[in-house]
Each structure stands twice: as structure tokens, then as C-alpha cells.
Design a protein around this ligand. Structure first.
Ligand code: TIU
Length: 222
């Protein structure tokens, strides 16, 4: 079987059997990237996430070009809030409220604000995962869907680095996936948290996995 190789990955070179590699795009949704969405309701400067969009678009194009598996996740809750824990409701009190009529109810599945930003819109055939938590594996069935496809290696992009991306990568690592975080295709509202996340992933001989930049991943696929 052909392998894709990322010799410049940290802390050591990374490689994967080409058909077993998937791209996981975490929560590139308007709720986190635009004014008057969920993240803004928590007091965040949403413009800080925008630099991740263009690298993520290049990753998406490369995975599509090679016909590889692509997963898009969305943090959201059912309209009746049946999947919203009381603990989260209390600390994120704007969930299901409307701060911008054009965007609809904050962090609710199917609302305009819950859509992925236009540059990264999913195409038919790509997997969509609606997740009530920060991690992509809690209460989603994602592990079973990836197992059914024979996926063993994951490339992560998305927002925010230390919240949903890192949680998902740790969940994946504990389930036996070999994981790479793409350092320029992820962003945080807190630059120091992004830096710390990258450092803690690769420390201790890659305790959570690997990191690489978009150029490294795209070159590996070519
Ligand atoms: N607040 C924050 O940084 N992130 C989230 O609430 N969710 C995701 O990271 N997607």
C-alpha cells in the first residue's frame, strides 16, 4: 500500500497508509467565526480565528483532489435542547438565544449561524458530525463511522486549538488513531493557548501525536 510521508512533522517524521488517512475539520462554523455568534457571546475577539481559513481551504482542496475521507464537525444542540447539559447551559447562557436575527438561535443545529463558513462548505459525500460537546467522539458515533471506513490516521484542522481541536485529538489518540495537528490551519482566541497546545502535543515524544504545517501535509499528498 502507498503511504503518505511528512518528513518535517514534529516531533518525528509522520507517515500513514494513504487510504486510511482522513481530514477532520473541527467547528469551522459561523457561531465561532462571526460577530454576534456563540463565541462573541462569550466575550471573544472572533477575528483572531480568520488566519486559519485559507490554510484549511488548501487542505480541503488537497484531500478532495486525492479522493480521501473528509469529516466536518459542528458544535451544536438539538432545537429542543435535549442534548444540552445543565452545566453547559449555565456557563454559556446565550445558547439558543438570538443575538442576530440573520444568524438565528445561537449554537442550535440547522440555524444559519450553525453553518460552516462559505470558504469551507462541505461537499456531498463528506461526513458531517453534529456534536454537543467539545470533543468529536462524545455522543456522535464518529468512531464507529471511521472504523467502518478503515480509517486509522487523522489530520486535524479547526477552531479553537485548545478547546474543540485539542479535546478531539486527545479523544482520537485514546481510541488508537495516529493524529496530526496542522499548525497553521487551527486558531485560538488566545495565541498563548495555541502555542501551548502545539508544545504539549509534541512534548514527551509526541504524547498526543504530531504537528505539521499545511505545506507539509499538501506536499505529502502530491
Ligand atoms: N470557546 C472556545 O474556544 N471554543 C468552543 O467553545 N468550541 C470550539 O472550540 N469549537
Amino acid at each position: 500500500h502507498a503511504r503518505v510521508s511528512m518528513p518535517g512533522a514534529m516531533p518525528t517524521p509522520f507517515s500513514a497508509p494513504v487510504g486510511k488517512l482522513a481530514l477532520v475539520m473541527i467547528d469551522f462554523q459561523r457561531d465561532f467565526m462571526e460577530e454576534k455568534g456563540f463565541a462573541a457571546s462569550l466575550g471573544n475577539d472572533v477575528s483572531r480565528l480568520l488566519p486559519a481559513v485559507e490554510p484549511a481551504r488548501r487542505l480541503l482542496a488537497a484531500f478532495r483532489q486525492h479522493g480521501l475521507t473528509i469529516v466536518h464537525t459542528l458544535e451544536c444542540h438539538a432545537p429542543d435542547l435535549s442534548d444540552l447539559h445543565e452545566s453547559k447551559r449555565q456557563r454559556c447562557s446565550r445558547i439558543a438565544q438570538v443575538d442576530c436575527p440573520a444568524r438565528g438561535r445561537i449554537l442550535i443545529r440547522g440555524e444559519p449561524g450553525n453553518a460552516i463558513v462559505p470558504a469551507l462548505t462541505p461537499q456531498p459525500g463528506e461526513l458531517i458530525v453534529h456534536k454537543p460537546g467539545k470533543g468529536s467522539f462524545y455522543a456522535t458515533g464518529l468512531h464507529e463511522r471511521l472504523q467502518a471506513l478503515g480509517i486509522t490516521h487523522l489530520v486535524f484542522a479547526g477552531v479553537t486549538t485548545e478547546v474543540c481541536v485539542q479535546t478531539s485529538m486527545r479523544e482520537a489518540n485514546d481510541r488508537g488513531y495516529e493524529c496530526v495537528l496542522v499548525t497553521d490551519a487551527t486558531e485560538s482566541y488566545f495565541p498563548q493557548f495555541k502555542r501551548a497546545t502545539i508544545e504539549m502535543i509534541v512534548a514527551q515524544n509526541g504524547i498526543v501525536g504530531w504537528t505539521a504545517d499545511t505545506a507539509e501535509v499538501v506536499a505529502a499528498l502530491d
